[in-house]
Design a protein around this ligand. Structure first.
Ligand SMILES: Nc1ncnc2c1ncn2[C@@H]1O[C@H](COP(=O)(O)OP(=O)(O)O)[C@@H](O)[C@H]1O
Ligand SMILES: [Mg+2]
Length: 368
């Protein structure tokens, strides 16, 4: 087990600057998730950590050691990929033993490690089977076992659950979480799925176009997104955004006008902004409240989705083409065609400036 530190890590492929000045501290035993849309650099950052790609600029440390020039096998990392590519002609046991054999471990050591790993992953009864005789979830466990048997200091996962169907994904997610609780190993886990990130991570790193957009616990990212991008990426259904004009304000609070909502007094610090600035108001679906209404400020309900335990109510927006969504417990009396007004409580809104940065309240720490 070990900590991992990235100092101003950069990666350039040809003319493309793919990873830009990434700084990151990963604690010993921490479960860190890199999340972001496809192509944002998650796999590249993981491969730089593993040593499968060379670092263009910056310093990477595992524990106290600078590892920029160490080959992958000397970094003490175990990696599990999306396509777990087990050796088809080898048994589960042989697949798990293979890395140790290559590393020329003694036969007794190999046997001890493989058996211990099999016990943890509940693969003991499957050791004699070939990969084609296993279910998807079992194969995924063998791929994890293959990485773990070498007792790496850090476990790296690149979208390990993407090939599994939805219910198996939930089950494996639970197994990975419990495995981490038992082993206490340092884990870096890559996914484009914000639900996986929220449920697994001690710390989430949101990546966007090769840079770190925000780092924080799942709670911090949900409750205090630092940018509109993070606000929209974390949470499902996604946060509602509405245009807002700044009417007045200072460091203690402000007044904004929002079409369909009227004038709101909010606690955000706008001392660095100018009256008339175009802002964006963000409201989570569970905080968008409705009441029956008619007239100019009314919104039309255009769709109602019933999910069993809850209901999503979609409203025609006053500006833009993205529907607003209200989330409520089922049953709900809202119906398509009804006319409603929004009731907004001021404690549960987010405000973003023209550069999409979150405005914070007086005295509140600006999230990184
Ligand atoms: N070996 C490579 N050569 C050139 N470009 C690459 C290479 N690997 C990745 N890229 C580019 O780097 C960007 C990030 O890729 P990747 O890290 O795989 O994203 P993610 O895993 O977040 O989907 C993409 O634009 C991709 O095309
Ligand atoms: Mg990837």
């Amino acid at each position: 087990m070990a900590s991992v530190t990235l100092h101003k890590i950069n990666k350039v492929f040809g003319h493309d600057h793919i990873i830009e000045d990434v700084d990151l501290d990963i604690g010993d035993g921490e479960f860190v998730v890199f999340v972001g849309p496809s192509g944002c650099g998650k796999s590249t950052l993981l491969r730089l950590t593993a040593g499968l790609e060379s670092i263009t600029d910056g310093k990477l440390c595992i524990g106290e050691q600078v590892v920029n020039d160490l080959p992958p096998r000397e970094r003490g990392v175990g990696m599990v990929f999306q396509s777990y590519a087990l050796y088809p002609h080898m048994t589960v046991y042989e697949n798990m033993a293979f890395g140790l054999k290559l590393a020329k471990a003694a036969n007794e050591t190999i046997d001890e490690r493989v058996m211990a790993t099999a016990r943890i992953l509940q693969l003991e009864d499957l050791l004699h089977r070939k990969p084609k005789e296993l279910s998807g979830g079992q194969r995924q466990r063998v791929a994890m076992g293959r990485a773990m048997a070498r007792e790496p200091r850090i476990l790296l996962f690149d979208e390990p659950l993407s090939n599994l169907d939805a219910s198996l994904r939930v089950q494996m997610r639970n197994e990975i979480a419990r495995l981490h609780q038992r082993l206490g190993s340092t884990v870096i886990y890559v996914t484009h799925d914000q639900v996986e990130a929220m449920t697994l991570a001690d710390k989430i790193v949101v990546l966007r176009n090769g840079h770190v957009e925000q780092v924080g616990s799942p709670q911090e990212l949900y409750q205090r997104p630092a940018t509109k991008f993070v606000a929209g990426f974390i949470g499902s259904p996604t946060m509602n955004f509405m245009p807002a004009d700044l009417l007045s304000g200072n460091s203690e609070g402000c007044q904004v006008r929002v079409p369909g909502l009227g004038v709101l007094a909010l606690p955000q610090d706008v001392s660095h902004l100018t009256e008339g600035d175009r802002l964006s108001l963000g409201v989570r679906p569970e905080h968008l409240r409705l009441k029956e209404a008619h007239g100019d400020n009314a919104f039309d309900i255009v769709n109602v989705e019933y999910l069993g335990n809850e209901v999503y109510v979609y409203l025609e927006p006053k500006a833009g083409d993205t529907l607003l969504v209200h989330r409520t417990d089922a049953p709900s009396h809202w119906q398509v065609g009804q006319s409603v007004a929004l009731v907004q409580d001021q404690d549960h809104v987010h405000l973003f400036d023209g550069n999409d940065n979150a405005l914070t309240c007086h005295g509140q720490r600006q999230a990184a």
